[in-house]
Design a protein around this ligand. Structure first.
Ligand code: ATP
Ligand code: MG
Length: 283
């Protein structure tokens, strides 16, 4: 039987940012084809964990390994050029990523996936917060990254769009990507294969969303937040170790990936013109 390598394998990870220990003890593994959500109170270390996965922090203890360098990030704060439209942004991105063939079709398909067809020609500065967030997501969907990290991708989405995005992330994993999102929106976490709960820089649970509800003795995942302060971090960690000993989630069988080939290339000059316009706008 083939042994699948995790896309990301993190064991007892500790990370310091300057004098502050931001991550204390984080353990999880994410396989190709898995969609995982990272939850935990504000300041618990979710964004720092993403930065660590991207290699921005030195590992002070434990280990962090990745099977790929093709990692995409949708940051918590959008970093977009305001003067161009979503469609132009995607075309430039496609050009920079070397996507030439069927570029128009790829761009339209992604605009449809993130529900931005109606706004594709507006300057990004005129879009709402949720629409801008979807542009950021669309830009990363163009890439063929094997590991996609999205830091609060649903933060400014209305409930219907949030549902659509979560469905889309789940669908994308069927192409073999690994997707890790951080979120405070807990309604649609049943779309995830796994849930990582982080508290004060410590991973205090890693299992399925259904197992999380049982483990924290709650009716729904949102109630986990209220439970956390009731016990010390070390107590949560010790009950998680008991859970892991009986469920062996870390040695689970991952879903079999069904890889689709990424779009390939043909030369274009229009994207170059758009790039020039951005440069001109910025000078
Ligand atoms: N560059 C840094 N230098 C020092 N401390 C930092 C740095 N970046 C983050 N921290 C600290 O690390 C902790 C975790 O921060 P992080 O941004 O990862 O939280 P978070 O879980 O993403 O919170 P939120 O849900 O609000 O986005 C916080 O206490 C924060 O102040
Ligand atoms: Mg954050």
């Amino acid at each position: 039987m083939e042994i699948l390598t995790p896309t990301a394998n993190v064991k007892n990870l500790a990370v310091r940012c300057g004098w502050t220990t931001c991550l204390n003890d984080v353990t999880f593994n994410l396989y190709p084809g898995e969609f995982c959500a990272l939850i935990g109170p504000s300041g618990s270390g979710k964004s720092v964990l993403f930065e660590a996965l991207l290699g921005f922090h030195r590992v002070s203890a434990g280990s962090l390994s990745k099977s790929t360098k093709a990692i995409g990030l949708v940051p918590q704060k959008d970093e977009l050029h305001d003067n161009i439209s979503p469609k132009e942004a995607l075309k430039i991105n496609a050009y920079l990523r070397g996507i030439r063939q069927e570029k128009e079709r790829a761009v339209q398909s992604i605009l449809r996936q993130v529900d931005l067809l109606d706004h594709q020609h507006k300057p990004i500065r005129k879009l709402s917060g949720g629409q801008k967030k979807r542009v950021s997501i669309a830009l990363e969907l163009l890439s063929s990254s094997k590991l996609l990290l999205l830091d609060e991708p649903c933060a400014s989405l209305d409930p219907q769009l949030e549902l659509q995005q979560m469905q889309l992330f789940r669908e994308l994993t069927s192409q073999g990507r690994s997707i890790l999102i951080s979120t405070h929106k807990t309604h649609n976490l049943h779309f995830c294969h796994c849930l990582l709960v982080i508290y004060c820089g410590v991973s205090i649970f890693y299992g399925t969303p259904e197992q999380a509800v049982e483990h924290f003795h709650v009716k729904q995942i949102s109630e986990i937040y209220g439970q956390l302060k009731k016990r010390a971090v070390r107590d949560w960690l010790s009950s998680y170790h008991t859970f892991e000993r009986s469920h062996k989630f870390l040695s689970r069988s991952p879903p079999p990936p069904q890889l689709k080939p990424p779009p390939t290339s043909k030369k274009t000059s229009k994207a170059k013109n758009i790039l020039k316009r951005i440069e001109n706008a910025n000078t």
